[in-house]
Write a protein that binds this ligand. Structure first.
Ligand code: COA
Length: 188
């Protein structure tokens, strides 16, 4: 997974591409904004220089939580958000995706669904993973509906596994296998 150039992934209405230095101020603002990533997640408190360096190093770091792709609208282009993936376990062959539409007016219009579909396609085509996973707060309805629409299976619940907003929260674990992904056509 290391040292690969970041490709551009073209969808029907969005494209995923490598972050440019000109993207970083708005990505940083979203990444650190509790109103953008909340109410269902912890949020980062990096300095801009830490964030910038994290984004630059991400292609060489399988565990990086920095954004790996910017999501932009093809007919805009308008920057909508960012997505990433990380290798989530020191022993098991796990990779988890994550996704944020920072542009809140763009939510609920299918852009998240399309973006995560492109990302999962990319991971299965590029790496040898047999399964792509994701986790989300059990109360994060848009997030788990997106995953279920993409035919991710809810595999279980990690109880009290995420601390945010002053409390412990249960986390849903989702996964889709390579075979399941190949068997189901993407949503239009
Ligand atoms: C999660 C997120 C990326 C979803 O992207 P999106 O573009 O808004 O979602 P889509 O329009 O592609 O819809 C995906 C599914 O979620 C459902 N959905 C979207 N917003 C919803 C809402 N506010 N309430 C209920 N369901 C919602 C859609 O109806 C669709 O399901 P369906 O096809 O079964 O009806 C976006 O809401 C977001 O950025 N949220 C904040 C960050 C976050 O929580 N990220 C995930 C961390 S695990």
């Amino acid at each position: 997974m290391t040292g690969r150039p970041v490709p551009t992934l073209e969808g029907r209405s969005v494209r995923l591409r490598a972050p440019l230095s000109t993207d970083l101020p708005v990505l940083f603002e979203w990444y650190n904004d509790p109103e953008t990533v909340a109410p269902f997640d912890r949020f980062s408190l990096d300095s801009f220089s830490e964030f910038e360096s994290g984004v630059q190093k991400a292609p060489d770091d399988p565990q990086s939580l920095a954004p790996r792709f910017v999501v932009e609208r093809i007919d805009g282009p308008l920057t909508l958000g960012f997505v990433g993936y990380y290798s989530s376990h020191p022993v098991l062959e796990l990779v988890d995706v994550w996704y944020v539409l920072g542009e809140r007016a763009a939510r609920g219009k299918g852009y998240g669904l399309e973006s995560v579909g492109l990302l999962v396609d990319y991971l299965f085509h590029t790496f040898e993973y047999a399964r792509v996973g994701a986790t989300c707060d059990v109360e994060n309805v848009p997030s788990y509906r997106l995953l279920e629409r993409l035919k991710f299976v809810r595999e279980g619940t990690l109880r009290q596994a995420l601390f945010h907003h002053g409390a412990w929260h249960d986390v849903a674990v989702y996964g889709v296998t390579r075979r399941e992904w190949a068997e189901h056509p993407r949503p239009p």
